[in-house]
Design a protein around this ligand. Structure first.
Ligand code: NAD
Length: 284
């Protein structure tokens, strides 16, 4: 595929932009003087961000968006193209997490995780890709998965399932766009722990997915605590992750795995699959 996306002065759409990795992606895009279409369910934080980053109405849209709601994604897409005419970068980044034993996930827990982490990406692909194919400039899509999309850490069944799905969805999209020789690159971002607000994801749980229940059995509580402390002690910052993303876009690199130390775990899983060995049980 011969194409080189020109991000400078282009338009970036970023979901989950009000915090953590999404916020840092927005700052990187701003450094390239991109128009920013920033989406998040948390409208207060979006407003604060507008103020903090000195965003002007001429060069930005801040759109309260529930990415799990198809109507909101449709509107986001409409607004972005109406105002800026093209989208050079789409970052499907919003995501939520939940920690507990597999059989302690309620049906609504599953629906929340799968809708916000996976169906959001499917909606965005459905609405944005046809318009990006029609526009006259190359573009790039970055889907935020996780190392949880490559491994199967206990205590995170729905999160793991949603992120594995985002990885395979991204791989599929990459193949299809390549086959069409379309000038749209794809990357999938798979970080390990990064200090953000992800361990407090329940703060943004929409009502229609029911209310959050803290885990109550000892092992689920242990998994929950482990996640919180792992996130907060993450060695790579969200800024570094965002920088890696922009480098990868320049290089047209599909897999973005900033924490190289997890390579051995990915390899171990692949070996187990290839050699029909049972999964090694991680100590916790
Ligand atoms: N922090 C980590 O350790 C880590 C590791 C791997 C992957 N990730 C992934 O990175 C992405 C960003 O997470 P983060 O770590 O920056 O967390 P974060 O909680 O700091 O930011 C996530 C943002 O998504 C928004 N959001 C939540 N639900 C939403 C919804 N329904 N619609 C729109 N926006 C919504 C939140 O309001 C928040 O601003 C997620 O997809 C997460 O799964 C994070």
């Amino acid at each position: 595929m011969s194409m080189s996306v020109q991000l400078q002065n282009g338009t970036a759409v970023i979901t989950g932009a009000a915090s953590g990795i999404g916020l840092e992606l927005a700052k990187q895009a701003l450094e390239l003087n991109m128009n920013l279409v920033l989406a998040d369910i948390d409208s207060e934080s979006l407003l604060r961000l507008k103020h903090d980053l000195h965003l002007t109405d001429a060069k930005s849209i801040l759109q309260q968006t529930d990415v799990s709601d198809e109507k909101d994604i449709a509107l986001l897409c409409e607004k972005a193209f109406q105002k800026f005419g093209s989208v050079e970068l789409l970052c499907n980044n919003a995501g939520v997490s939940l920690n507990r034993l597999s059989w302690m996930h309620s049906h609504q827990d599953w629906e929340w995780l799968m809708n916000v982490n996976l169906f959001s990406v499917a909606h965005a692909i459905r609405y944005f890709v046809p318009r990006m194919l029609d526009q006259n400039s190359p573009a790039h899509i970055v889907n935020t998965a996780s190392v949880a999309g490559l491994l199967s850490t206990p205590g995170m069944a729905a999160y793991n399932a949603s992120k594995h799905s985002v990885v395979t969805l991204s791989e599929t999209l990459y193949q299809e766009l390549h086959t069409l020789k379309a000038p749209i690159g794809v990357s999938v971002l798979c970080p390990a722990w990064v200090p953000t607000q992800i361990h407090l994801a329940q703060r943004n749980r929409p009502d229609r997915f029911g209310s959050h229940q803290d885990p109550s059995d000892p092992l689920s509580m242990k998994y929950d605590d482990r996640m919180s402390s792992a996130v907060q002690s993450g060695k790579m910052t969200a800024t570094q992750i965002a920088q890696e993303v922009f480098l990868a876009i320049q290089k047209q690199q599909f897999y973005i795995i900033p924490h190289r130390r997890i390579n051995s775990l990915i390899e171990q899983r692949m070996q187990e699959i290839l050699h029909l060995q049972n999964p090694k049980v991680s100590e916790s």
